[in-house]
Design a binder for this molecule. Structure first.
Ligand code: OOB
Length: 537
């Protein structure tokens, strides 16, 4: 077993297997089976490229052989930071076949994040595009490699320069001799949004993740006729698996990969490929609704529009059917496991006003007070969960796990929610120290630590501020150690430390001291209140 992985207790594992949740297949086998059944059907469309299931399976075998020849073996960690392109799918399945573990980085992650992922996971390889969105990933890779000695290979999709060219790794398939992965093995490491310091790594197994795909496919009504458009970054759990790219492949449908998410890019793709389902975060849904309303566009092939990752306001939710003519599905999930969906045939008031209900009958959810006592139905409290696809611990994080999980294995989501009598969840707020910037999660402590490294900063606190478009933005409160600094200097300092752009505070305020709680901690509540009284910048 992978050291640092916390498995389900055996009695739970046995139960989930007995109940048929865990099918006992790996991702490698899943793709092979789909290629057997749907060989000539289109699996992936991207730009001018199309791949059938049979072609995808063959390319994955060839790439697995090339990665193997480079010395990549079972349990090796490989950072994958690829945008929405076919190589993303080929790379992760090739790694799955080898039993090597993709570590899913997001395209916006920069040196600060990648260096930490590489160091913490002791990654042996890092996969990047040459450039994307005007950013040269090769430069970033060189910087990270200089700092992290374990990183033996930089593999580039595109112009590789001095690094290994991905295209050169597609070689004649070989019989893989070493230890083959089994379904109970960890398949990859997802990243948590984080609340205390840096992102934690989330080990997901073939068994648990494939089960989450199967349930997602059932709940979302996917079939071989489904066409899923991926506009959100593929590496994120939501477009990856809810049902996302992998769920669509599980169902034998077609995945359309898009680099851009704007209506100008997405609407023509939807028309051309007769897209039936896609997934958005709330700010994007608002842009699409406004564009469709202004242009009088009806997305006629679209049956389901999923919105999740952050709270979708009921007011905007109510516009989806009238404007787009499709069913809204709210998705409330987390990379740690639990995913809730509104059902396609739910009454409109449930679809508009709730964040759905757990997708599996084996999901256990509890709403508790500060003492872990269950509250009365309808009351809000901390959401705890346990189930066949919710992890029992983060990777190599024993101390943190003791806080994030109850002794009987429930994950503390950090969300404040309530349950309706029908079993639907309504997300009311958050107990974790995180800012949800339109679906992008920012751990306050991570940014605060960067701020504290600045010699002119005596103390720092990052808080959320309400925002009409993103739901929330971030504001850094700073107690300077000497003279007052300029907000612009703080922001450029953070950028120079290689922080992802969505973590740069939207606003910076300087104060002489922080308001304190009764026990002497910084009162973020009081800071947030101060913001509502100040004029917007
Ligand atoms: C998804 O996953 P993560 O890991 O980026 O973030 C999880 C957190 C949740 O704990 C919650 O705080 C927030 O994001 N969240 C929502 C939400 N969906 C996620 N808050 C309110 N309403 C929603 N609909 O974000 C994720 C993973 C799988 C599927 C969908 C989203």
């Amino acid at each position: 077993m992978l050291p640092g992985y916390q498995a389900w207790p055996e009695e739970f594992a046995e139960f989930y297997r007995q109940e048929g949740c865990w099918e006992g297949i790996t991702f490698g086998e899943m793709l092979r089976q789909r290629a057997d059944v749907y060989g000539n059907r289109t699996a992936i469309i991207s730009g001018g490229e199309q791949l059938t299931y049979a072609e995808l399976d063959t390319r994955v075998n060839r790439l697995a052989a090339g990665l193997y020849a480079k010395g990549i073996r079972k349990y090796d960690r490989v950072i994958v930071q690829l945008p929405n392109m076919p190589a993303f799918v080929e790379v992760i399945f090739a790694l799955f076949r080898l039993g090597a573990l993709p570590v899913f980085a997001l395209p916006l992650h920069r040196k600060s994040e990648i260096e930490y992922f590489a160091r913490f996971s002791e990654a042996v390889a890092y996969l990047i595009p040459d450039q994307d969105g005007g950013f040269d990933y090769r430069k970033l890779a060189a910087e990270v490699q200089a700092e992290v000695p374990s990183l033996r290979h930089i593999i580039v999709a595109g112009e590789a320069g001095a690094f290994t060219k991905l295209e050169d790794l597609y070689i004649d398939p070989v019989q893989l001799k070493d230890d083959q992965p089994v379904s109970s093995d960890v398949a990859f490491l997802q990243l948590s949004g984080g609340s205390t310091g840096l992102s934690k790594m989330i080990p997901r197994t073939h068994d648990d993740y494939i089960y989450s795909l199967r349930r997602s496919v059932e709940v979302c009504g996917l079939s071989p006729e489904s066409v899923y458009l991926a506009v959100l970054p593929a590496a994120h759990n939501y477009p990856l698996s809810s049902p996302g790219i992998l769920g669509t492949l599980y169902a034998g449908g077609t995945v359309v990969l898009s680099r851009g998410s704007s209506p100008d890019e997405a609407f023509p793709l939807m028309k051309e490929h007769q897209v039936t389902i896609t997934a958005l975060v709330p700010p994007l849904a608002l842009i699409w609704l406004n564009a469709a309303a202004a242009r009088g566009t009806k997305l006629t092939s679209l049956k389901v529009l999923q919105v999740g990752g952050a709270k979708f306001s009921a007011e905007v939710a109510g516009r989806v059917r009238p404007v787009l003519g499709c069913t809204l599905q709210q998705v409330f999930g987390m990379a740690e496991g639990l995913v809730n969906y509104t059902r396609l045939d739910d009454p409109e008031h449930i679809i508009i006003n709730t964040q759905g209900k757990p997708m599996s009958p084996y999901d256990e959810v509890k709403i508790v007070d500060d003492e872990d006592i269950e509250v009365e139905l309808g009351q809000s409290g901390h959401l705890l969960t346990r189930g066949p696809y919710t992890i029992r611990g983060y990777y190599k994080a024993e101390e943190h796990n003791a806080r994030s999980f109850t002794t009987d294995g429930f994950y503390r989501t950090g969300d404040i929610a309530s349950l309706t009598p029908e079993g639907y969840l309504i997300v009311e707020g958050r107990a974790k120290d995180q800012i949800n910037r339109g679906g992008d999660k920012v751990a306050a402590e991570e940014v605060e630590n960067h701020l504290l490294a600045h010699p002119g900063v005596h103390d720092a606190a990052l808080v959320s501020m309400p925002d009409e478009y993103l739901g929330e933005r971030s504001c850094a409160f700073i107690v300077p150690s000497g003279e007052t600094l300029a907000a612009a200097e703080i922001k450029s300092y953070l950028r120079s430390r290689g922080l992802a752009s969505y973590k740069i505070p939207d606003r910076v305020e300087f104060v002489q001291s922080f308001p304190k709680t009764g026990v002497g901690k910084v009162s973020k509540k009081a800071l947030r209140e101060m913001l509502t009284m100040k004029q917007p910048i």
